[in-house]
Structures are given as structure tokens and as C-alpha cells.
Design a protein around this ligand. Structure first.
Ligand code: URA
Ligand code: SF4
Length: 247
């Protein structure tokens, strides 16, 4: 039985771990939380043997592959059918996703939904996930708001094993990268979304990748005209994904 005392012990020991050196994980044996040194200091240490999507999701809830688990409320793992032909990869969960525990449920998700609908891509043909599975944020200077912080290279690398496994299991026909973080996680640091957007390129693992901007950049456009243009361009890129599915 997972007792309340066990949960308290685990929480207390997580607190102690906050400032501890990386590469330590919490294991629970006989109801007692212990720490053990793990091998890679990345999500790879937490991938279960013979993974399936449900097993991966479950294991990811306990990931301590980087320090971001101390910031986010919970792991926000990918969602969607195993047989999805399209995998959408964002950067990391936002404030609303962090609270809800589901990817793309906030403003960026609404815009993404519109683009998918506009392109005629069915939701049950889509698996949505992120390059980084915890919300990275800092307290705003003048408000209590949690302000999004871009994940750094080490964090993206540490989280990459989850994404790799999701792609390996779903084997989508097209992986759509929203923004540079997602695109570079899959294509490497020298990949430029500005140069390659909307083009089908071959990923190192052999799959097809189409990169576009992150919907949050569309939402941040400086004025109505720029916003309308950015939205048209984003919709056009997602339309190319649809063409790639039927072609
Ligand atoms: N932005 C992302 O990149 N991912 C989400 O899940 C939500 C917003
Ligand atoms: Fe693990 Fe990724 Fe969360 Fe870091 S961000 S703790 S690697 S799930």
C-alpha cells in the first residue's frame, strides 16, 4: 500500500535532493525512500525495459533526469494514439499544461488545434508531445506570475531519451517540430527553422521532419497585421504536413 507516510517520506527526501548533486535518483524500497547513484544523469536512466507508451508515461512521472522536476508541478508526457501518423513536438509545457498535466491545452494549443482543423488533419491522427517534459519558469519581477524560461541545451539533451522512445514506438509518418528547441532536439544544433520551415527533411533516425515556428511566436506578433501574416504562414506550414500525409 502506498501509505501517506511513504508519500511524506518521499516528499521530504525530494526536498533534500533539490540542492544535491545531479545524477542521483530516488528509489523506494520497502516503503523507504533511498537515493542511489544512476548512470547517465539523463532521462535514459528512467526508461523501463521493453517500453510501451503507457509504461513510458508512467516511468516519466518519476523522472529526475535533470533538475527541472523540482520546478514543474508534474511531468507532462506526450498524448495521442499509438498509430498516429503525425507527431507534433513543442518546446516544453507552459503554465496551463503544467497545472493540467496535458500538453498543448493553453493558448498555443488552441492555435495549433485551429491549424490542424484548417489543414484537415484529424485529431486522432495526431500525437502531441514536447522536447522537454517539465515546465521551466521563473517568478516575474513585478507579479506572482510564473514566467516561461527557455530550456537550455543540457536540459533538452537530458530529456531527449523520452522523445526518442515516443518516436520509436509511434513511428509517425511526419514529425512536426514547433520552434527551434524541438527542431534542434531532433535535427541537431545547427538546424535553422528560419531557413528550413515548411520543408520535409530527413531526420537522423530516418523519419521525415517538417519544422515550423512555435505557435507562441505567432501569438506574440507585435501588431494585428503581423499577427495575421504569422498566422497565415503557420497555417500554410501545417497544410504542407497534410499534403505530405496524402502524398
Ligand atoms: N507550448 C509548448 O511548446 N508545449 C506545450 O505543451 C504548450 C505550449
Ligand atoms: Fe526528466 Fe525531462 Fe523532467 Fe528533466 S525535464 S526531469 S529529463 S522529464
Amino acid at each position: 500500500m502506498a501509505s501517506a507516510r511513504g508519500a511524506r517520506t518521499r516528499r521530504a527526501s525530494h526536498e533534500k535532493l533539490r540542492n544535491a548533486a545531479a545524477r542521483r535518483a530516488v528509489v523506494v524500497r520497502g516503503g523507504k525512500a533511498q537515493t542511489k547513484t544512476v548512470a547517465t544523469g539523463s532521462a535514459a536512466d528512467f526508461i523501463p525495459p521493453n517500453p510501451t507508451l503507457p509504461k513510458l508515461r508512467d516511468a516519466a512521472m518519476r523522472c529526475r533526469g535533470c533538475h527541472l522536476w523540482t520546478l514543474g508541478t508534474q511531468t507532462v508526457f506526450g498524448e495521442g494514439p499509438k498509430r498516429a501518423r503525425v507527431m507534433i513536438v513543442g518546446e516544453q509545457p507552459g503554465d496551463q499544461e503544467d497545472r493540467a498535466g496535458h500538453p498543448f491545452v493553453g493558448p498555443s494549443g488552441k492555435l495549433l488545434d485551429q491549424a490542424l482543423e484548417h489543414a484537415g488533419i484529424e485529431r486522432d491522427d495526431v500525437y502531441v508531445t514536447n522536447a522537454v517534459k517539465h515546465f521551466k519558469w521563473e517568478r516575474g519581477e513585478k507579479s506572482a506570475r510564473r514566467v516561461h524560461k527557455k530550456p537550455n541545451d543540457a536540459e533538452v539533451r537530458a530529456c531527449h531519451p523520452w522523445l526518442d522512445e515516443e518516436i520509436r514506438l509511434v513511428q509517425p509518418k511526419v514529425v512536426v517540430c514547433l520552434g527551434a528547441t524541438a527542431a534542434q532536439s531532433i535535427m541537431g544544433k545547427s538546424f535553422k527553422v528560419t531557413k528550413e520551415r515548411g520543408r520535409a527533411v530527413k531526420a537522423p533516425n530516418g523519419g521525415i521532419v517538417i519544422a515550423t515556428v512555435h505557435p507562441s511566436s505567432v501569438l506574440r506578433a507585435p501588431d494585428a497585421a503581423a499577427r495575421a501574416q504569422a498566422e497565415r504562414d503557420f497555417m500554410a506550414d501545417i497544410k504542407k504536413v497534410a499534403r505530405h500525409l496524402s502524398g
